[in-house]
Design a protein around this ligand. Sequence first.
Ligand SMILES: O=C[C@H](O)COP(=O)(O)O
Length: 337
Amino acid sequence: MTLDHPVALAPADRAVQLLGGDLTEKALRLHLDGLSGVDAVGLEQRAAGLSTRSIKTSSKAWALDTIIRTCDLTSLEGADTPGTIRSLVAKAVTPDATDPETPRVAAVCVYGDMVPYAVEALGSLHAAGGESGIQVAAVATAFPSGRASLAIKLADTREAVAAGADEIDMVIDRGAFLAGSFAVVFDQIVAVKEACRRTDGTYAHLKVILETGELQTYDNVKRASWLAILAGADFIKTSTGKVSPAATLPVTLLMLEVIRDWHRLTGEKIGMKPAGGIRASKDAVRYLVTVAETVGEEWLTPQLWRFGASSLLNDVLLQRQKLRTGHYSGPDYVTVN
Ligand SMILES: O=C[C@H](O)COP(=O)(O)O
């Protein structure tokens, strides 16, 4: 199937065109149930094969810097304070004070009520926007459970956007999805996307968290990925980090395959964010290899790829310094968030 004007499509129009002009609950269900099933053994074998690939030493420095550049440095703790958010921002701005060549992270990711502190601490770096600045991402829609009325989810989103959030990380209603109420999930994503609209008519970017550890099957991960993209997701994201398993390589590979298929179908590039439990540089490099082999290296930019992680940066900085100086620094070299 080829869409007529794919790139210009508004979110709901994506679904209207793909479903042949018939945007009904039945059409959505038929479409999602009609997706080919996932061969779990084959998927896990492909992921295992990719995870054994090694990268050249000359590529290692590039890989470590790419991990930093595409990191959503995250603090999502009930005990977060304005002070912990200021420390998070300081780390985001200057990851390694001993090496001014160290890149900055893509974004800080915080709870909605912490957005004003992140925006204030970033100052001109937030206002700079784009690649020269650092984005503020806010989790919203009753994160991490997603258990609240739509009115509360929309208010949560609007408040974060009004406070200056550049990106909204929403969670889907897993209960509705698992009950087969695909239209409920679809409509909520469309409504949250609209709540991302700023007063000047621009939109905060929307990342849709599937919480894959609660979706039970790879087939469900595939359906939820398609559903989120059809409803207007700019990024699809694996996990909140609060449920185990969080990000895994097979699930990320599967979601990247959906993104690849969507791109082939429409020409539109959707971003991907694995999040939760990614702590070691060597694991993060496996994700980079998986991206390059699935959707291509062009996806390895902050516009299309993010790591959601609270402590990965510390390990990357250690590995980066080892590469630079030939030895690891002492344990006090990096701060623990
Ligand atoms: O979205 C990001 C996750 O909440 C971070 O999870 P993590 O603390 O396991 O790195």
